[in-house]
Design a protein around this ligand. Structure first.
Ligand code: GDP
Ligand code: FE
Ligand code: FE
Length: 199
């Protein structure tokens, strides 16, 4: 995907400049993951009729805040007047839910469709847009991922995006429960809607 050039003016940077900015923010390992997510998101956008450019930007930026320290998120929750309940969570939830606001400000990204996909990329929600689903699934199935069910997840994503959202959600939830990790309410919303058929 090195030939992809941005034409929609969603950002004041080229894709090459954006990649350099992301590279400076994260470890080598996470950078490789991020490039993998971009690639998977572009492929899913091609398959399911999504916007390639938004898929690329969402993929490149989704974990931009993943390695920021807690105090940055706690300050951002105040600065951006986000729900104070967020303070009781941790980086796993903050890097998306709070990260989207940090990215909006730091990177001059105003496209709310991309920002929303980044915001809920860890948890999903009950009403996911096409880009929300593309990013959520791409994050799970990118080629660098290596866990027991990933091949099945990739095959399901090839058949149905909604089925892939359901598969990922059920597996993530089972994993969190097995480890006695607190479930963020939006994750339950995603489960109720995509796995249990609640409207
Ligand atoms: P990553 O940033 O590429 O590692 O992937 P994600 O953003 O999807 O997930 C980050 C971490 O948050 C993973 O370890 C998930 O298992 C975890 N996670 C997902 N949903 C929840 C949730 O509802 N609650 C908590 N506490 N963690 C979650
Ligand atoms: Fe993430
Ligand atoms: Fe990720």
């Amino acid at each position: 995907m090195n030939s992809l050039e941005y034409r929609l003016n969603l950002l004041p940077y080229t894709r090459a400049e954006l990649i350099e900015m992301v590279k400076k923010q994260v470890s080598k390992k996470r950078f490789r993951h991020i490039l993998g997510v971009e690639q998977s998101a572009i492929e899913l956008a091609e398959q399911y009729g999504g916007c390639i450019e938004r898929a690329s930007i969402a993929g490149l930026l989704h974990d931009y805040c993943k390695e920021m320290p807690a105090d940055v998120f706690l300050q951002a929750i105040d600065d951006f007047r986000l729900n104070v309940d967020l303070k009781t969570w941790n980086n796993n939830i903050w890097h998306g839910m709070v990260g989207a606001s940090i990215i909006r400000e730091q990177l001059e990204l105003t496209d709310e469709v991309i920002l929303h996909a980044i915001e809920i990329h860890t948890t999903g929600n009950a009403q996911m847009s096409l880009l929300d689903k593309i990013l959520y699934v791409a994050d799970y199935i990118e080629l660098g991922r290596d866990f027991p069910d990933v091949q099945e997840a990739r095959e399901i994503a090839n058949q149905s995006l909604d089925a892939a959202v359901a598969f990922e959600t059920a597996h993530t939830l089972a994993h969190l429960i097995a480890k006695n990790i607190a479930i963020y309410p939006l994750t339950i919303e995603t489960y109720n809607h995509y796995c249990a058929g609640r409207k």
